[in-house]
Design a protein around this ligand. Structure first.
Ligand SMILES: Cc1ncc(COP(=O)(O)O)c(C=O)c1O
Length: 439
């Protein structure tokens, strides 16, 4: 079984090969995996070789492409500061999660501005103490109605949602059985819970069945709706059937599918008519709603328990009022305007068609996330530089976000892209992939 990158298993695999402080060559094949450990007793000893690698090789050879500052909203056309030369670039953007363009919808901005005027900047307290405002409760109520669940709990981020939820529910001796491609926040929540962890092969009901065998007691099977790096959807009917047959509870993280999949936009579980079979539904506000925060939807009893035990929420400040109001407005727009989803899927089909006819490898993707598989961890950075210079912003995804030699560009399509922009992006992309003999 291949562990998910960043998982405890993967990180412990690195111990054997990196027990001493690395001596870094100027232009090395090193990557992050060489810098987990050093042989010194000084905690900071790792900084020197890391800086040597970073300034001597990594940064100049393409790692500067990460965290480049954008000075515009995350729309189809952006301004970005190129980190090596500090020049301003105007780029066509296919890298943001703003799938429905709601981060800058006029109603969303107006609601956030009003809340800022009314409530000020921060919530100034944990949600269980003084940080809960009427806005938070309205958002939870309207989301629960939307998801057709008894209750919804809002968290400060999607990451803290999974960490808080899983570390609250699972205990030492329990079992978390996860798809091998689940997000790092799920892996981290399970690690924090001290429960036993097993990964099953991606989207393989037969392997889930195998991994469930021999486990006893409390078990939670953890899936995603759309997998964030591969853009494929969970084989929910078969996976849920296997989990239920074994008597396990099921959780789904629909970070990249809520507000987009299903006739009413409730997600992949709605699409497969399996919402009631799944015990815990997770979503984020940072993708289709263009905001920030996350949520758990389920029973009132689940809500009550998390209120006491989800430490990432209990011991953290509540979501800022302006963001809460903006997310609430975005939810109302998403519910009221299903045509945004229709436009998104039209754009996805159009762009996918352009890639297919050029013979681009997009793995198993079927969603608005389209991986452009390069599978070469060093070459991808050079190709990313070329794309950027040609006017296309596509973020390279390399280890540890994906397994080594599974590097790819991750295209995110939005309802806000015009056909002309998608055509231009596909031309830049396929021309450069041809030049580089990738296709
Ligand atoms: C499946 C999944 N869950 C959770 C998260 C974390 O969400 P957030 O970025 O809102 O913290 C992500 C982020 O990309 C994700 O892909």
């Amino acid at each position: 079984m291949t562990p998910h990158p960043g998982s405890a298993k993967q990180q412990s695999d690195e111990v054997a090969t990196t027990t001493s402080t690395p001596q870094v060559a100027a232009d090395s094949d090193y990557d992050y995996s060489n810098f987990y450990y050093s042989s010194s007793d000084d905690l900071f000893a790792i900084f020197k070789p890391y800086d040597e690698w970073w300034y001597g090789s990594a940064r100049n050879n393409g790692y500067y492409l990460f965290s480049q500052p954008m000075s515009t909203r995350p729309g189809p056309q952006i301004d970005l500061e190129e980190q090596l030369s500090h020049t301003k670039l105007e780029l066509l953007n296919l890298a943001s999660y703003n799938y429905l363009g709601l981060s800058y919808h006029p109603e969303v901005i107006a609601a956030a501005k009003d809340a800022l005027d009314h409530y000020g900047l921060g919530a100034a307290g944990s949600p269980i103490l003084s940080g809960t405002m009427d806005l938070h409760l309205t958002l939870e109520k309207e989301l629960a109605e939307f998801k057709k669940k008894e209750a919804v709990m809002v968290f400060p981020t999607g990451y803290s949602t999974n960490v808080g939820l899983l570390s609250a529910l699972l205990r030492a001796g329990d079992w978390a059985i996860m798809d091998q491609n689940v997000h790092a926040s799920i892996v981290d929540g399970v690690i924090m819970s001290k429960a036993n962890a097993r990964f099953f092969r991606h989207n393989r009901p037969d392997d889930l069945e195998k991994k469930l065998r021999g486990t006893t007691g409390k078990r939670l099977v953890i899936l995603e709706g759309v997998y964030s790096m591969d853009g494929d959807t969970a084989r929910l009917p078969e996976l849920v059937e296997v989990a239920k047959r074994a008597g396990a509870r099921v959780m789904i993280d629909e970070a990249h599918s809520t507000f987009m999949y299903g006739a009413e936009g409730r997600g992949v579980a709605e699409h497969f008519d399996l919402e009631d079979e799944i015990d815990i539904h997770v979503g984020t506000f940072s993708k289709a709603l263009g905001g920030q925060g996350g949520f758990v939807a389920g029973s009132q009893s689940l809500y009550n328990y998390l209120m006491g035990f989800a430490r990432s929420r209990v011991f953290s400040c509540a979501l800022a009022p302006a963001v809460t109001a903006g997310v609430l407005a975005a939810l109302r727009v998403a519910k009221r305007e299903p045509e945004l989803r229709t436009k998104l899927w039209k754009n996805v089909a159009h762009f996918r068609g352009l890639l297919n006819s050029a013979g681009v490898d997009v793995a198993e993707s079927t969603s608005q996330i389209i991986p452009i598989m390069i599978r070469d961890d060093r070459r991808i950075l050079g190709i990313a530089q070329k794309l950027q210079r040609a006017g296309l912003y596509l973020q390279p995804i390399i280890y540890p976000a994906v397994a080594k030699h599974r590097s790819r560009f991750r295209v995110s399509i939005s309802s806000t892209h015009t056909t002309e922009q998608l055509n231009r992006a596909a031309t830049i992309l396929t021309d450069i992939l041809r030049e580089e003999k990738v296709i």
